[in-house]
Design a binder for this molecule. Structure first.
Ligand SMILES: [Zn+2]
Length: 338
């Protein structure tokens, strides 16, 4: 391949221009800042020169090195935050309530102040807050841009929320890792647990909280009776109204667990329905078969009837109240394991 030659500004001859990186220290805002500068080197005169583009690039490297040094976001990091939300520079400034070219300047040579830096960091880790800011700026944005940004921010928010909930549940279950008899010899699979809830909600009419919990318990225990492993890896506590999965409140907080709140006299109950677009991705055929069996058996039971049924199970009778129910009792389950 022919080397690309151009007119050298140093010796005024045509030759290949080499770029070299040099570590430099400059005083910026009273602080010595070390950064990598780029120069063009002329072997004929032995001198380093910088084109306008390189001068610009070097200044940006200096500013970014300074930002790093004093603990501010670099221009690339600011670009990254904006890019995550898919927002234009101008619109991002509007959403934050800043001058229209503020973000453009921060992504270039201007060093942001600490207050603006804190705002950008908060936007980065708090999509819910970004959504609030977005709503506040709605009238200043085009409708199309507003809806595009909102959709993206909601996606980030839901993913973050789900990850947070998953972390919380997994932390709760970490204590069971050496105790397969309470998780049915299965590592907690939250996606499967959510699918089980949706599958039951899709196939059982008027599925309320108490009945859902009991059906989940029966499904996990019946599956353990058949295959020596539970479906979800959930551990169940023996409460006065029967078995309830450990961490069930967290489980109900996932976006894909859908229910409506219904007032019963003084109390509020949850009625479950399948998540929009629900599809089975994790459950195996044999797990689905177990669930179908549980649905066939219990779908017409009232909450009272299923509680009464559970109160007759040896697993429940022999477990102290508020203790975890051992899957060893699955052997004695009243349901046949066909
Ligand atoms: Zn030269």
């Amino acid at each position: 391949m022919c080397p690309v030659t151009s007119l050298c500004p140093s010796c005024m001859e045509e030759h290949e221009i080499q770029q070299e990186q040099v570590t430099e220290v400059n005083i910026f805002k009273g602080k010595p800042v070390e950064y990598l500068a780029k120069y063009e080197y002329c072997p004929n005169t032995g001198t380093y020169t910088a084109s306008d583009d390189l001068i610009d690039e070097n200044d940006l490297s200096l500013k970014d090195a300074y930002k790093k040094l004093v603990g501010l976001l670099t221009s690339k990091e600011i670009q990254g935050i904006r890019g995550k939300y898919g927002v234009s520079q101008k619109d991002f400034s509007k959403i934050l309530g800043w001058g229209s070219s503020t973000i453009t300047r921060y992504e270039n040579h201007q060093v942001q102040d600490k207050v603006h830096d804190d705002v950008l960091r908060k936007v980065d880790r708090d999509p819910k807050w970004f959504l609030e800011l977005l709503d506040r700026a709605k009238d200043e944005l085009s409708q199309k841009a507003y809806y595009k940004y909102r959709k993206q921010a909601q996606k980030i928010y839901h993913n973050q929320r789900n990850r947070y909930l998953k972390d919380a549940l997994e932390a709760l279950y970490a204590k069971f890792c050496d105790n397969p008899s309470v998780t049915g010899n299965t590592k907690l699979n939250i996606d499967k647990a959510i699918e089980v809830i949706n599958y039951l909600a899709a196939n059982v009419q008027n599925l309320h909280e108490v009945k859902l919990m009991k059906m989940m318990w029966y499904a996990d225990f019946l599956h353990y009776k058949k295959e020596k492993r539970s479906i979800t890896g959930l551990a169940y506590v023996a409460l006065p109204l029967g078995a309830v999965p450990e961490g069930y409140k967290t489980l109900l907080s996932f976006e894909d667990v859908c229910y409506e709140e219904i007032q019963y006299g003084e109390n509020i109950g949850y009625k479950f329905y399948p998540a929009p677009g629900f599809q089975i991705k994790e459950l195996t055929d044999s797990e689905k078969q177990t669930l179908d069996q549980i649905i066939d058996y219990f779908q017409h039971y009232s909450a009272k009837e299923i509680i009464a049924h559970m109160h007759g199970e040896e697993a429940y009778l022999k477990t102290e109240k508020l203790a975890l129910i051992s899957y060893d009792y699955a052997e004695k389950l009243s349901l046949i394991d066909s």
